[in-house]
Design a protein around this ligand. Structure first.
Ligand code: ATP
Ligand code: MG
Length: 518
C-alpha cells in the first residue's frame, strides 16, 4: 500500500518533470513548430476525448428572454436529481404544499434513456464584483451542460432532447402555480434580467360555475376559449397570430373582473394586469408585452379611463407637499414617476396587433369598460377585440346561479316573485349577491335572505320609478320652457318685422313728398 508521504513525493516529482519538459519545449523548438505541434496535439486530444458538451443558458437572445429549454431541463432534472444528486436545492410550489428539489450548482447527475448514457451538470457564473455579496446577483449567469458520447450525437439531438423538453413541459404543467402579474412603476429595467412585472400567486376562486349570467352565453364563451386554447394549428393555417381579444363591457358590479378570473381558472392561464396609466410611453408598453409569457391573459381594466383617445393622457399629477424638501435624487425619481404617460392610441393598437404582438402567441387580451360607446371604433373593431361580451344586470337566469352558490337552493316558492321583479328592475349581480350573503348559520336565513332581496328589489323598482317620473317632469319642464322661449322669439320677430314695414312706409312717404332719400 502506498503511504501518504510517498504519494505526495511522487506527485511532486511528476509535476517537476512536466515543467522541465515544457521549458525545454519552449527553449529548443522554433515558434512555428510549437504552433504546429499545439494544433496537432489538440486534434489528437479531440480524437482521444470522445465527448460532446452542449450548453443551455438561462437567458437567450438580445432581449434576454428566459429560455424555455432551460426551464424545461430544470423541471426534467428536478425529478432525476431528487433521486440521484447528493446536493439539492429546494423550492416550494403548488399552493405552498409541495417541495420541488433540483440539483445544486456544480452538481452532476447521470441520465439514461433507451440505453444511452448522458451527464448533466448545473453551473453558474457570478460576476467578480458581486462574488462576496450575501444577496443573489441579478447578473449571475446560470446554465446547464449536457455531456454525451459523440457516437450518440444523432440520437441525442434528434430523440433525447425532444424527450427532455416534452417531459419538462409536462412536469411544469403539473407543478404550475399560476401568477397574477402587475406592472410596477417603481421598478427599473437596469440589469439584464430585471422586469417591470412583479407577481403574486393567483388564487381567485371564481369559476364559470359561480359566474352568474345567461347559461347559453356562458357556454358560448367557454366553447370560444376552448377553441382558442386548442387552436395552435388552426391559427398557423390561417396565418394569424395565436391571440384573441375580448371586450367586456357593462355597468359596475356586473362581473367583468370576475369573468376574467373565471377565464384564467378555466384555461389555467396566468394573468397580467396592465395598469396603462403608469406606462411611460409606447416603447415601454411594447417591452412589457414582450415580457409576458405564453398561456396568459393580458388585462387592461377601464380602458376608457386609462387612455384619452386623442392620444393625450389624463392629468393625474398631484403636487407632493414634501417635494420641496426632497433631496435632488429622490426629487428626480419622483418627477420621473409622476411624468405623464405618453402612450397613444396607435401605440396601444400596435400592442394589440402590431408585429411584436405575435411574439410568443397563446395570449388573450381583455379590455373592460363601463362605457363601450366612448371607445374609439378602431380599438374595438373585430380582429382586435374579436369578441364583445356584454355583462348586464341580473336577470332570473343569473339569479338562479347566485341562489345555488350562496344559499344552495335551486327552487323556492319566492322565486316567482323574484323572477318578475328582476325582469322589471335593473339590479347588478353584485347587489343581488350582497343580499344573498348569509348573516348567520341559521337555517331560516335562506328565506330571510330571499325576502330581503325582494324588499331591495321593490325599493330599487320604486326608486327607478321615482327617478323616471322626475326625469319625465324635468323633460316636460324643459320642453315647456323651450316652447315659451320659441313663442317669445316668434313674437319679437313679428314685432320687428312690423316695425320694419312701418319704417319703410314712412320713408317711402317722405320720398314721395320731399324727394329725399336717407
Ligand atoms: N356575474 C356575476 N357572477 C357572480 N358574482 C358576481 C357577478 N357580478 C358581480 N359579482 C360579485 O360582485 C363583485 C363585484 O363584481 P366585479 O368586480 O366582477 O364587477 P365589475 O363588473 O368588474 O365592476 P367594475 O366595473 O366596477 O370593475 C364580485 O366580487 C362578485 O362577487
Ligand atoms: Mg372590475
Amino acid at each position: 500500500m502506498m503511504m501518504k508521504g510517498d504519494m505526495w513525493s511522487n506527485l511532486g516529482s511528476t509535476m517537476a518533470a512536466i515543467m522541465f519538459m515544457y521549458a525545454m519545449f519552449r527553449q529548443y523548438f522554433p515558434p512555428q513548430l510549437q504552433d504546429y505541434i499545439f494544433r496537432y496535439s489538440k486534434k489528437l486530444s479531440n480524437l482521444m476525448y470522445p465527448y460532446i458538451h452542449v450548453t443551455f443558458d438561462e437567458f437567450t437572445g438580445e432581449r434576454m428572454k428566459r429560455s424555455e429549454a432551460f426551464s424545461a431541463i430544470q423541471n426534467y432534472l428536478s425529478g432525476k436529481s431528487s433521486a440521484f444528486a447528493k446536493r439539492l436545492k429546494a423550492d416550494v410550489v403548488k399552493d405552498s404544499q409541495s417541495l420541488v428539489l433540483s440539483m445544486d450548482y456544480d452538481e452532476e447527475i447521470t441520465d439514461e434513456f433507451k440505453g444511452v448514457k448522458v451527464w448533466w451538470a448545473a453551473r453558474r457564473n457570478i460576476p467578480k464584483a458581486q462574488q462576496f455579496s450575501i444577496y443573489p446577483s441579478s447578473d449571475e449567469k446560470r446554465y446547464y451542460i449536457l455531456k454525451f458520447h459523440k457516437r450518440d450525437r444523432e440520437f441525442i439531438t434528434g430523440t433525447y432532447l425532444i424527450h427532455v423538453l416534452k417531459q419538462g413541459k409536462a412536469i411544469a404543467a403539473d407543478n404550475r402555480q399560476r401568477k397574477l402579474y402587475s406592472n410596477n412603476p417603481g421598478q427599473s429595467w437596469s440589469g439584464y434580467r430585471s422586469t417591470k412585472w412583479s407577481h403574486v400567486v393567483f388564487e381567485h376562486p371564481a369559476t364559470f360555475d359561480t359566474l352568474a349570467m345567461d347559461a347559453k352565453k356562458k357556454e358560448e364563451i367557454k366553447k370560444d376559449l376552448i377553441k382558442f386554447s386548442k387552436g395552435k394549428e388552426y391559427y398557423a393555417k390561417i396565418g394569424k397570430a395565436w391571440k384573441r381579444g375580448y371586450l367586456l363591457y357593462g355597468p359596475p358590479g356586473t362581473g367583468k373582473s370576475t369573468m376574467i378570473a373565471a377565464m384564467a381558472n378555466f384555461l389555467n392561464y396566468d394573468v397580467y394586469d396592465l395598469e396603462l396609466t403608469t406606462v411611460k410611453n409606447n416603447i415601454e408598453l411594447r417591452r412589457l408585452l414582450i415580457e409576458t409569457s405564453n398561456k396568459s391573459i393580458i388585462v387592461i381594466e377601464d380602458i376608457d379611463c386609462s387612455l384619452d383617445l386623442t392620444g393625450q393622457r389624463e392629468k393625474k399629477k398631484k403636487k407632493d407637499e414634501n417635494e420641496e424638501e426632497m433631496d435632488p435624487i429622490s426629487k428626480k425619481a419622483k418627477e420621473e414617476e409622476q411624468k405623464d404617460s405618453e402612450v397613444t392610441l396607435s401605440g396601444l393598437l400596435n400592442f394589440i396587433d402590431g408585429l411584436w404582438s405575435a411574439c410568443g402567441g397563446e395570449r388573450i387580451i381583455v379590455f373592460t369598460t363601463n362605457y363601450v360607446e366612448k371607445l374609439d371604433p378602431a380599438l374595438i373593431r373585430r380582429g382586435r377585440m374579436d369578441k364583445h361580451i356584454e355583462m348586464s344586470y341580473c336577470r332570473f337566469e343569473a339569479f338562479k346561479v347566485l341562489a345555488k352558490n350562496y344559499l344552495d337552493i335551486e327552487l323556492h316558492p319566492l322565486f316567482g316573485e323574484i323572477s318578475s321583479l328582476l325582469e322589471e328592475t335593473d339590479m347588478t349581480p353584485a347587489d343581488v349577491a350582497e343580499n344573498l350573503m348569509l348573516k348567520s348559520d341559521d337555517d331560516e336565513e335562506d328565506e330571510t335572505c330571499l325576502k330581503n332581496l325582494i324588499e331591495a328589489l321593490k325599493d330599487a323598482k320604486e326608486e327607478a320609478r321615482k327617478k323616471a317620473e322626475e326625469e319625465a317632469r324635468l323633460k316636460a319642464e324643459k320642453e315647456e320652457k323651450e316652447k315659451e322661449q320659441a313663442e317669445k322669439e316668434e313674437k319679437e320677430k313679428e314685432q320687428s318685422v312690423r316695425e320694419d314695414v312701418k319704417e319703410d312706409a314712412t320713408a317711402a312717404k317722405e320720398v314721395k313728398e320731399n324727394g329725399v332719400i336717407h
